[in-house]
Design a binder for this molecule. Structure first.
Ligand code: AHM
Ligand code: MG
Length: 281
């Protein structure tokens, strides 16, 4: 496992460099979920692939940018990753990220044993969730990641990131979001899952929602590459991660690019979601 985390640190530095120096344009292809790819998605995917396949404990890798996994002869960990989450934000110079889920015996929610994400923002940061959630920041002078602190959520936060097109929200979802704004929650939504969730984790709590909508009944965010890894982070940080009713980490993935509605937050806000969604799903 340490080997994988060390490899993720190198990946973070290389992708950070690529973001700063390579062409930010789009290419004429789509990934398995039908999203338009930018050149940096493909470059980042290759950087991750090259590093992870060198790690002896890695058995298999699958990425948001790949149709099928790459499997090795030996190793025990299955790594699912989104090499460049929020890549449509690159050309407007907002923060983006990489997300890694580390699984044993296949890719279901209950099989995840660690996760990590990288934030490419004004600073390069890394969060690793194993028994606890550790926050690191890259130190340019030392050329290494410094440990900053452990992340633990408060019982209740102040910020709210409500995803999905509002026109397509269900009434009970809108009512819940309006209720939280009515309680004084402040809107924080950049359209990048990594910085939006990183903000909630570092500000001590809040709620990020990417619900089922009438146009996307299974939500948008992908279980293996985005949802399970962040669910693991939030659970280890003392928060909650549900699909409205069920624990996200109790879910199975029916196929590699399967999606689910998802809610990540601190205890208070997750209770609010459960109340609003009771009997609705
Ligand atoms: P991507 O992996 O193709 O970049 O898409 C994932 C992103 C998440 O970062 C973000 O939370 C979500 O899509 C934003 O979706 P929307 O534009 O519908 O708000
Ligand atoms: Mg993504």
């Amino acid at each position: 496992m340490t080997e994988i985390i060390e490899s993720i640190k190198k990946i973070a530095v290389d992708i950070n460099k690529a973001i700063k120096t390579k062409d930010t344009g789009k290419i004429e292809s789509q990934n398995a979920s039908g999203d338009v790819q930018v050149k940096l998605d493909v470059i980042s995917d290759k950087i991750v692939e090259d590093y992870l396949l060198e790690v002896s404990s890695v058995k298999e890798i699958i990425s948001e940018e790949k149709e099928e996994p790459i499997t090795k002869e030996s190793g025990k960990y299955f790594v699912a990753y989104d090499p460049l989450d929020g890549s449509s934000l690159i050309d407007v110079n907002l923060s983006v990220g990489s997300i890694f889920g580390i699984y044993e015996n296949g890719y279901n929610g209950k099989n995840i044993v660690a996760s990590a994400y990288v934030v490419y923002g004004p600073r390069l940061e890394l969060v690793v969730a194993r028994d606890v959630v550790e926050f690191f920041r890259f130190n340019e002078e030392k050329n290494e990641f410094d440990f900053v602190k452990e992340i633990n959520l408060e019982k209740k936060g102040k910020v709210l990131g409500p995803g999905g097109t509002q026109k397509y929200w269900f009434d009970y979802h809108k009512k819940m979001i309006d209720g939280l704004f009515g309680e004084g929650y402040r809107l924080r939504y950049s359209g990048g899952m990594v910085p939006d969730l990183h903000q909630i984790l570092l500000k001590g709590g809040g709620l990020f929602a990417y619900p089922a909508t009438t146009d996307k009944p299974k939500g948008k965010l992908r279980k293996l590459f985005e949802v399970f890894p962040f669910a693991y982070v939030f659970k280890k940080a003392g928060g909650g991660a549900i699909d409205g009713v069920n624990e996200l980490l109790g879910l199975k993935a029916d196929y590699f690019h399967d999606t689910t509605p998802c809610f990540f937050g601190s205890e208070y806000e997750i209770k609010k979601v459960l109340q609003a969604y009771k009997g609705k799903k």
